[in-house]
Design a protein. Structure first.
Length: 145
């Protein structure tokens, strides 16, 4: 569990740094792929948070039971829920800026952007789930759990 806490800290620093650099150096506007990259990292980050959180909650909790029976599906669905919440928040910010300040921020250029953001969130969460699951299988085969 200590290793997962380290991964959580490192992934938090990485996603924060990536987002900050994107804003400071306007990478979101300059590099077409940067938004997807940050969403992918966010999916990894959310996946690590979910795994960390589920490891700390009661085993009688619905999430904990669901995680034990369908870990990848649970993590991906929760990451999708977090991604949807972020997209709704982002849409709200755009509407606020448009209505109050008549400012077009470029946060939500299209529905395709929203779809690709959610897809990258899911892929990031799926990747971290796959990596952790493979490590667990490798440890159980080598006798270390």
């Amino acid at each position: 569990m200590k290793r997962l806490s380290t991964q959580l800290l490192l992934s938090t620093l990485l996603i924060t740094l990536s987002f900050a650099l994107g804003i400071i150096f306007e990478l979101f506007e300059k590099l077409a792929w940067y938004d997807e990259f940050v969403h992918f990292l966010a999916g990894v980050w959310v996946g690590i948070i979910i795994i960390w959180f589920i490891g700390r909650i009661s085993t009688s909790c619905f999430l904990s039971r669901s995680f034990k029976t369908h870990p990848m599906l649970t993590i991906i669905l929760l990451a999708l829920a977090v991604g949807l919440a972020w997209e709704i928040f982002e849409f709200g910010i755009v509407q606020y800026l448009l209505n109050i300040y008549e400012y077009c921020s470029g946060l939500q250029p299209s529905q395709l952007d929203t779809f690709s953001d959610l897809l990258m969130d899911i892929l990031g969460a799926g990747l971290i789930t796959y990596i952790i699951k493979r490590k667990q299988i490798h440890r159980s085969r080598s006798g270390r759990i």
